[in-house]
Design a protein around this ligand. Sequence first.
Ligand code: URP
Ligand code: ZN
Ligand code: ZN
Length: 464
Amino acid sequence: MTTLVKNGTIVTASDRYVGDIYIDKGVITLIGQGLNLPADTVIDASGKLVMPGGIDVHTHLDMPFGGTNSADDFETGTIAAAHGGTTTLIDFAIQNFGEGLYPAFEQWMGRAQGRAAIDYGFHMIVRELSDQASHDMDRMTRHEGISSFKLFMAYPGVFQVDDATIFRALLRTRDNGGLICMHAENGGVIDTLVKEALRQGHTAPKYHALTRPTRAEGEATGRAIALAEMAGVPIYIVHLSCSDALEKVKQARDMGLPAYAETCPQYLFLSYEDYERPGFEGAGYVMSPPLREKWNQEALWKGLQKNDLQVVSTDHCPFCMNTPPQKQLGKDDFSKIPNGAPGIETRLMLVWEGVRAGKIDVHRFVEIVSTSPAKMFGLWPKKGTIAVGSDGDMVLFDPDRELVLAAKSLHMRVDYNPYEGRAMRGAPAVVLSRGEVIVDHGEWKGRPGRGEFVKRQAGRPLVP
Ligand code: URP
Ligand code: ZN
Ligand code: ZN
């Protein structure tokens, strides 16, 4: 199968020029001007920005959590991702207690294979670092193309591990070239505050935020970085939400340490005020870390501008409000509201708001939604750029396309949207995955199961 994309403005993290792209059997084989080659599919990209497909390195599809499963599975979630211009994602597979890492890998493969419509990889969530799990970290990094592992400093009894475990996992990556991704919140402090709040009869969704102070994130972020420094390895902080935590990353980077972090659109656009919505509406915004006071947003944008934050991912982890009643599980107790919110489809459009507002330029846009995620997690240059030899994953982005975000018209399988009614300008028009048009002006052209598992390389992140 061959595809020719003509006359688009090709934009990468470093370049911008008008040109044509020829894709043969899924791989870009030629880039030039005035290419006149026969092709099975010819696409006129005049007036469009042709950018590498988005890479979302933080998703939770079909994830068991808080007594239910996240609402999107690998079929619905990847179709929604594609509509939003994302062509590769990395999901989190959760180690089962008492087992090594392989059974979870097989479970998540079972969930994804035959369903995923875009390419995918996995990070492994490590809950117990047994000898078997340590051994599996090495084996997965070396042989399976799974080169990153998430550890939690919060959720005692569910995910949280202690400092010794974190340190041992970090040491393991020193030897095998993997990367530790850290959920950095102080679980002990939070757990105590939650119990105290409930004792006082505070059960509403806003107490989720009020019991997870920014200092608890800042403290854990600083501790995680210090542990990584002592182990002599890089570290990647996931879903960083606030200035307190960003300051720790900044300090470390100023010292020359390989500390990296992602933030997510919800922390750039939403705030604590969303928990004050009437009735139980605030539950739709319950996620961890929680939404912060609005002033943090500017600090995060600055972090993206200055490369103290390198990536914008989604932490897509949707739970329905009412149909089925998932968030309702915490109707009388905020600590039982399943944590997470939808976002897999809206990431590029929302971050584009930053380009329109002059906060970042178009090259930085490509960098934080595609190129740096690829370089951070061993996908580059197969993914994350437009170059000869790279996969033909691309978004023909229309900077003038207008739409209003609404749960009804978006494709995520969830009955609300945190940005309901927000007017956007700039959205994907056509999306290609390995040269195949999978979304054409809002119309789904792909098929479930066409997505492939991507083996990722290990080694130090290639991001500055
Ligand atoms: O609230 C969140 N973030 N849910 C997903 C689990 C996690 O910690 O990433
Ligand atoms: Zn997390
Ligand atoms: Zn997450």
